[in-house]
Design a protein around this ligand. Structure first.
Ligand code: ADP
Ligand code: ZN
Ligand code: ZN
Length: 809
């Protein structure tokens, strides 16, 4: 038997396989999807088996050296999905296959064997075989590799002993992040004594008092690291209390299930509304048909979509099938997970990036071994290795984070459709503000359209107040807070209620806007904001390269209040403290949430009332439910609208709708205030009135006129190098090559400096193609990219290709 193996050689010109002989002892182990070690040149490399055959056209075939896993980590379906990804998103097949596996399987790993009951009972063994068995029983578990090394002649017996169940073999992940044991803190005395101790402690021991107060709120032992993180203290305060006999510390074997030990309230079944019932019955029929189908569930925030998901999953499980639920990373909160765990209990695996490699691997293994039938996770959970997939749900399907921003640059939505077709399964995309692409397909009937236009219990959608910041300027208010917002904030502080304030998506703030009339400089060719370049005081379009001098006078109204615009969260925090002395601000942005777990920590602090304001970028716009929040404010809608991106209007509409959806979910009535210099912009006006359909048709018209998705497809090429002349020259040549190769119906834009012109000392240039109805384009581009990789022997230059880009930075 021969295996076709794809090996990890980054510079091999094409994605070709190499043939290897499968040794007799591996026969039953190797399947399509196995990971193997193979000799390659004078090295030994890792590879994936993507095919098996009984003959090989090659005469001198080397042998596979080792198999890494007992169960192939990839299924045949995933291998063929990988092939599709490498074509569709123009990347190496090896990278596509890697991307589907948990990180633990990409790094260090080890197999260990131990003797089983069945093995112990075996008496008819040869002497040499018995020796091997004794070796394992003596010091169990033993590294797999060590057995092979110490008993080279017993290899084939060893393998069959595992297969027959005399020995068990486990994959062990060496995970530096996960320790085997965990320290727990618990109280060592009565609550009464703890309270007395708080009274008795000196002023200097404030931290210790804090610890005791905190422990009093706990019903049982608390992981030490949680305690330290929650209170932001060092271990010395805890140790001092242990010495006083008030607390004790114990070492507990760490269970890697991150939700272990938490209790989940059993979910009560709700009485479905008529709309919910009809959507559910539609989905049920689709599931029973056992044919691939794709649905859009367009439901306003609070319309009960999650309840629909839960019910659809239940029906899917009844049919003996499995389900994947994708949720944006940021919405994957314990509350969200809780809703699924409460309903489906142990059948649920959770995958998200905040788990350690070991935790992720454990969850993944439960999926691969068929121990669970529901996966809730962020983007990469779309690759959950299920074999009986019946339902794929994508909540908030419009979210940009479903697109992976590194190779392979796949979009989970496309993968969902692909997998639904393979499994004859149902794909369900849910959103209050569907992506233009999705709604467009629904409007053409390519996707089935389901709608839930009202909130459960006829709760009204919140009313939204738009504040015209130009008026503020006219009346002499030059601060970033309008009078309306200032008053609203002051009122909340007085009433001790909480508020959430939003800024733009990211600290990207280089567009030029007139504060007097709201006009922002736009490219006459591309309909996107021009970006300001400090180095030579110009404004430029980073799609087509159009350049203008910086102006000091607004071309629209002639005022001199035109300047580059944008504020960081840090600046807003400062201003808040200046205007409202004593205000407690919890700031959440990329700077404060880069550490693992910091995100939840900040949210917990806010939930516990340790802050008046939660201030952040769009990362706080969704999934969060805080009963005491009665004010939601957007500091400047313009920072999203001014993004140099053809999706700026769509993003603005989505953000404002999300923000609106946050308020008024609970008993306390909510108020929403949106500040902007462009109150009449259609994305802002229509979001205020919750008019998605109208927004969609207006935006669609713009997209058509300017040639953007969903009418046209884009491919973005970014070159980066520490060497400026090299990057310019290479980008120029690339554009020339594209022009010669691609049909004339394909538009070429650039090359031009990227909006983020330098990252980690690498200069970046980009160009873009736009096309429609040209099925061959991607295949051509892939060939060109392979030729580029082959020819690029000298100079440090990198080309990244982004098909259907979500971000054009
Ligand atoms: P969405 O996901 O569309 O924002 P949810 O499913 O979270 O909406 O529902 C919003 C709220 O309404 C939740 O608190 C949910 O428990 C509740 N809810 C949903 N459906 C019903 C129903 N049929 N009857 C009563 N309450 C419901
Ligand atoms: Zn103006
Ligand atoms: Zn342009």
């Amino acid at each position: 038997m021969y295996a076709q193996v794809i090996v990890d050689v980054p510079h091999v010109e094409t994605d070709r396989t190499f043939d290897y002989l499968v040794p007799e002892s591996f026969r039953e182990w190797i399947a399509v999807g196995s990971r193997v070690w193979v000799p390659f040149g004078h090295r030994v490399l890792q590879g994936y088996v993507i095919g098996l055959s009984s003959v090989s056209p090659i005469r001198e075939v080397k042998e596979i050296q080792d198999v890494l896993d007992l169960t192939p980590p990839l299924t045949e379906e995933l291998v063929s999905l990988g092939e599709w990804i490498s074509q569709q998103y123009i990347c190496r097949l090896y990278s596509a296959l890697q991307a589907m596996l948990p990180a633990a399987l990409r790094s260090s790993y080890q197999k260990e064997v131990s003797l089983t009951e069945k093995g112990r009972e075996q008496v008819w063994l040869l002497e040499s075989e018995q020796k091997l068995m004794n070796f394992i029983s003596n010091q169990e578990p033993v590294p797999f590799d060590q057995v092979l090394k110490d008993f080279p002649d017993e290899r084939s017996f060893f393998m069959s002993a595992i297969r027959l169940g005399y020995l068990s073999c486990e994959q062990v992940v060496k995970d530096r992040i996960t320790r085997k044991t965990l320290l727990y803190v618990k109280s060592a005395t009565s609550d009464e004594r703890m309270k007395e101790a708080i009274e008795g402690l000196s002023k200097q021991a404030e931290k210790q008092k804090q610890v005791l107060r905190y422990m009093l709120t706990q019903s049982g032992p608390l992981p030490m690291k949680v305690l330290l993180a929650d209170l932001q203290i060092s271990a010395s305060s805890v140790k001092a209390l242990v010495e006083k006999g008030l607390l004790s510390i114990e070492e507990v074997e760490e269970r890697r299930d991150p939700y272990a030990g938490r209790s989940f309230q059993k979910d009560q079944a709700v009485q479905f509304t008529e709309t919910q019932a009809s959507v559910i019955s539609h989905l049920e029929q689709a599931l029973e048909r056992r044919q691939a189908s794709v649905h859009l569930l367009h439901g306003v925030t609070g319309s009960g979509k999650t309840e629909v998901y839960l019910e659809a999953i239940a029906r899917c499980l009844e049919l003996g099938k499995e389900a994947i639920v994708l949720v944006p990373e940021i919405s994957l909160t314990p509350q969200m997970v809780n809703r699924f765990k409460a309903r489906f209990g142990e059948q649920v695996a959770v995958l998200h990036s905040r788990l350690s490699h070991g935790e992720r691997y454990d969850e993944w293994r439960r999926i691969r071994q068929g121990e669970v039938s529901v996966v809730v996770g962020a983007r990469s959970a779309i690759f959950a290795p299920f074999t009986k997939l019946g339902l794929i749900i994508m909540d908030e399907e419009h979210e940009g984070t479903y697109k992976q921003e590194e190779t392979p640059r796949y979009h989970a939505r496309d993968i969902a459709v692909q997998r639904a077709h393979f499994h004859q399964a149902v794909a369900l995309f849910g959103s209050a503000t569907p992506a233009m692409e999705t709604f467009f397909k629904a409007s053409k009937g390519e996707i089935e359209y389901l709608s839930m236009p009202e909130r459960v219990g006829a709760r009204p959608l919140p009313s939204v107040e738009i504040v015209d910041m130009r008026d503020e300027l006219r009346s002499g208010n030059r601060t970033m807070f309008s009078r309306a917002l200032s008053q609203a904030i002051a009122l909340r502080l007085e009433r001790k209620e909480q508020m959430v304030l939003f800024l733009n998506r990211r600290g990207f703030s280089t567009f030029v806007m007139c504060r007097s009339c709201g006009h922002s400089l736009q490219c006459p060719h591309c309909d996107i904001s021009l970006t300001y370049h400090r180095t030579n005081q110009t404004v430029r379009c980073h799609y087509c390269g159009h350049t203008e001098r910086e102006t000091t006078e607004c071309p629209s109204c002639g005022s001199g209040h035109i300047r580059h615009f944008g504020t960081g969260t840090q600046k807003v925090e400062e201003e808040l403290s200046k205007h409202f002395p004593g205000i407690r601000v919890i700031r959440m942005d990329v700077d404060t949430t880069s550490q693992k777990g910091s995100h939840e920590k900040l949210l917990t602090m806010f939930r516990e009332g340790q802050g008046d304001v939660l201030l952040g970028t769009q990362m706080i716009a969704k999934g969060l439910d805080f009963p005491k929040v009665t004010l939601v404010g957007v500091i400047a809608a313009d920072t999203v609208l001014g993004m140099p991106d053809f999706r700026a209007a769509e993003r603005t509409f989505q953000l404002l709708t999300q923000v609106g959806g946050r308020a008024g979910r609970h008993e306390l009535p909510g108020e929403v205030i949106i500040q902007t210099y462009n109150p009449e912009h259609y994305s802002i006006e229509l979001a205020k009135d919750h008019k998605y359909d109208r927004f969609f048709s207006l935006e669609l018209k713009h997209r058509y006129e300017k040639g953007y998705p969903p009418y046209y497809r884009l491919v973005l090429f970014t070159f980066s190098s520490p060497n400026v002349p090299l990057v310019v020259k290479t980008a120029d040549e690339w554009v020339k090559t594209l022009r010669q190769t691609l049909p004339s119906s394909v538009f070429l834009l650039g090359p031009v400096a990227s909006p983020i012109p330098r990252i980690k000392d690498r200069y970046r240039f980009q160009c873009m193609i736009k096309y429609r109805d040209e099925p061959e384009v991607l295949a051509w581009v892939k060939k060109l990219a392979e030729a580029f990789a082959r020819d690029q022997k000298s100079g440090d230059i990198q080309l990244t290709i982004d098909v259907d880009p979500q971000m054009l930075m």
